[in-house]
Design a protein around this ligand. Sequence first.
Ligand code: ZN
Length: 559
Amino acid sequence: MSNAPQFDQIVEPRPTLAGLTDAYAAIGTALDRGDRAAALAEWDGLRRRYDTWSALVHLRFAQDTTDTAAKADRDYADALSPEAADLEVALKRRLLADPDRAGLATLVGEHALRLWETDVTTFDPAIKPDLEEEARISARYTELLASAKLEIGGKTVNLAGLGPYAEDPDRAVRHEAERVRWAFFEANAGALDEIYDQLVKLRHGMAVKLGFSSYTPLGYRRLRRVDYGPEDVARYREQVVQHVVPLVGRLLEARRAENGWDRLRYWDEALVDPAGNPKPAGDHDTLVEAAAAMFDGMDDRLAAFYRLMRQGGFMDLKNRPGKSGGGFCTSFPTEGVPFIFANFNGTHHDIGVFTHEMGHAFQNWESRGLDGIDYLWPTMEAAEINSMGLEFLAYPEIGRLVGDDAADRFRRMHLIGALAFLPYGVCVDHFQHEVYANPDASPADRHALWARLEKLYLPRADYGDLSFLAKGGRWQAKSHIYGSPFYYIDYTLAQCCAMQFWVKSRRDYPAAMEAYVELCSRGGSAPFQDLVRSAGLVSPFADGALQDVVREAAAVLGV
Ligand SMILES: [Zn+2]
């Protein structure tokens, strides 16, 4: 494969505001001439080059946050971004004002028009300073959490570094990990309350400037949700209460009995397997090699794609000093091959993150031929089906990554984790709906609200001596509540769909895999529920969407 794409050969010159302004003016001139097809093609190319450059800049900084040149590039990109958005929205407005909507839909597709119609209502030059302020305040939250220096086991770790301790088989170690974690949040609660209060009021103010009565409709539109609203999401949360909360209660009770504990405490929840949560079969190099055999056993297209990513250097999965935390998949729209980023730490999370990000990457690759950059990625709740779906479809071959003797225990742990996540995820969502409906509530009101909602969604949470949690402080550790309002429900909607792939794969694996690959190839060409139904799945907003998966899971898990 001599012409295989190589990551280190991707270059994209840095755009300037003057250059972008000229390029948009040229597109406007083409529209003035009536040459709409040429204007759209030129614009698509411009957006692809811009996004490739922006993705490279953000990735290079994440790969080495101590590189001052990379940080300067990222700051430059972040400052240019609202200006680019301004130019982009202005062009969308002009295109949408064209009376020949049918002709435009023929060129770009009806779904792109719906997305643009949503986008133009979320931006006005009047809120540009507010957007910059929002980014600045959100960054304070990130920096505050990144500053944590926590002492445990004779070592100093950051919040992510507590992970292995929090699921240690030794109960005293787990308790100590949570004690240390929440002591940090309690010590910073005042600052965290203030940051959130500023964000809520700022977002409410932006919504009012744009003509909305509260932030909620604006938040939905910023996430480009075109086919469902808050009432649908509320119904979904009720389904979780009805079907999943009781199952999770039975699972926790079974674990309590299995371990011989008098009560199952909060710090026991992360230890899913009484023998110790299964760990990866080896280090980074072992996993990367074993994954090739895993994908070979799953699907030829997945296997070929993985070889391409490996050969082209489109993965950075090792933890190292200076590297930014977390895991993500990013893409270079001028190239087609995406990139996955992670920080392996020797726990089962390495396997979860790897299969998850590979799912995003595979979708992005399979749908690379779709016309128009708007279809490169689906909206996020749909994108998470591609990633979470692959986590479940990897089950039959997961022994390659975790060792054959631990494969059953890994699958059980992963499934329990997926189920237990749902009530927590919808609690995070419900909290935000209440917060933005009452922007003038006090920080104390918000803590009381969280404590009240926990009784509905997490009725078995037992915080023992961790009084900060018992008083409703847990939400302050959830970065999405601060930085990505209303995003969190997306993971739970996608989990509902991914678990349907799991049920299907148990009946007929090749058929489930085929439906998955086809869903990936549709990329972002349709709204969430259309994509879900196109894969033969039930929309999470339909009654009964969770019943089958919960019944199947209860049978498999024996509760
Ligand atoms: Zn994801």
